[in-house]
Design a protein around this ligand. Structure first.
Ligand SMILES: *[C@@H]1O[C@H](CO)[C@@H](O)[C@H](O)[C@H]1NC(C)=O
Ligand SMILES: *[C@@H]1O[C@H](CO)[C@@H](O)[C@H](O)[C@H]1NC(C)=O
Ligand SMILES: *[C@@H]1O[C@H](CO)[C@@H](O)[C@H](O)[C@H]1NC(C)=O
Ligand SMILES: *[C@@H]1O[C@H](CO)[C@@H](O)[C@H](O)[C@H]1NC(C)=O
Ligand SMILES: *[C@@H]1O[C@H](CO)[C@@H](O)[C@H](O)[C@H]1NC(C)=O
Length: 264
């Protein structure tokens, strides 16, 4: 009996398997879709280049990385032109569109959501910008409930050249961290990615980034992904070397302690 218990505990505490396939869901509006970029892929092309370059430190197990979503846009070769970016979509509409990919098998360790939502809520005069942080929180809840093991990265909004929109964006961006950290403190795998390096001068129409802006967005996501990795949200632990990185040792600590305790 006690042996079975010990076995059960050991299995429960065993480190995660190395992942072989990492799925990224780019979720949002026209900026996620890639509107305004030369190749139509927006941040998704430069981000994939960063993630898959030989010097990328994002993963230790070098899994296959693919974008997923029910929309295709841009000139990345399939399947990597997939995304869940919807032109003109409000936060609430993005929540509706998200139901499609979130209904797919989503409990894999290592799944990632790149969420940028709110620009249209800031821009559309018929929508209350004051309620937007609450709507963003509800959308994050929808995602973490459907995919509890996924890392959910939430971007602040890139700026607008339109006065009233920019005023709304500044207020909203100031509240994103609170919305996200409340969920993170509850144990959800979510963090904020600042897009503050993108300026109005790097936009094609005062609302959508140009290629320079999208490249900076990709760098912002990449930095956020490294942070997610350091929290142990992304990569299964595969080797001894990996144990030294990030919070990987935390996964082994209970196992080692248990072995020491029982004197195996
Ligand atoms: C657009 O795509 C072409 C062909 O894939 C590539 O050579 C070029 O570098 C891309 N341009 C940008 C700005 O990403
Ligand atoms: C890899 O090296 C190239 C060339 O130095 C650099 O431009 C790129 O940003 C690096 N990529 C990563 C993921 O560090
Ligand atoms: C979900 O997983 C099951 C079992 O592994 C598989 O048969 C099915 O095709 C998967 N569905 C999707 C949408 O990936
Ligand atoms: C609105 O735009 C004008 C002209 O660009 C600028 O002078 C003014 O400071 C802006 N107002 C706000 C509240 O940003
Ligand atoms: C994460 O978020 C969901 C949905 O809001 C919540 O039910 C859950 O308790 C949170 N915490 C963990 C550890 O999943």
């Amino acid at each position: 009996m006690s042996h079975l218990l010990l076995l059960a505990i050991t299995l429960l505490l065993s480190p995660a398997q190395a992942i072989t396939h990492l799925r990224i869901l780019p979720l949002g509006d026209s900026i996620t879709w890639g509107y305004g970029s030369t190749n139509g892929s927006g941040y998704r092309a430069p981000l994939l280049t960063l993630l898959t370059s030989p010097n990328s430190t994002f993963t230790t197990s070098k899994p296959k990385i693919t974008y997923i979503g029910s929309v295709t846009s841009g000139n990345l070769p399939p399947p990597n032109n997939a995304n869940e970016g919807h032109v003109g979509a409000l936060i609430s509409q993005i929540g509706d569109y998200a139901k499609v990919p979130l209904s797919w098998n989503g409990t894999l360790e290592g799944d990632i959501v790149l969420l940028m939502a709110g620009t249209n809520d800031m821009f559309n005069a018929n929508i209350s910008p004051n309620g937007a942080p609450g709507r963003l929180g509800a959308l994050i809840d929808e995602i973490v409930t459907a995919w509890p093991k996924a890392a959910v990265l939430v971007a602040t909004l890139t700026p607008s050249a339109i006065n009233t929109t920019q005023d709304n964006i500044e207020v909203f961006n100031g509240q994103v961290a609170g919305v996200v950290s409340k969920r993170a403190k509850a144990g959800n795998r979510t963090l904020v990615v600042s897009m503050s390096k993108v300026t109005v001068g790097m936009e094609v129409d005062g609302l959508h980034p140009d290629d320079v802006g999208y490249t900076l967005m990709a760098q912002g996501w990449y930095k956020g992904l490294l942070e997610a990795k350091s929290k142990g949200w992304v990569d299964g632990v595969a080797s001894g070397a990996a144990l030294m990185g990030g919070a990987g040792w935390l996964m082994w600590f209970p196992v080692v302690s248990l072995v020491l305790l029982v004197g195996v």
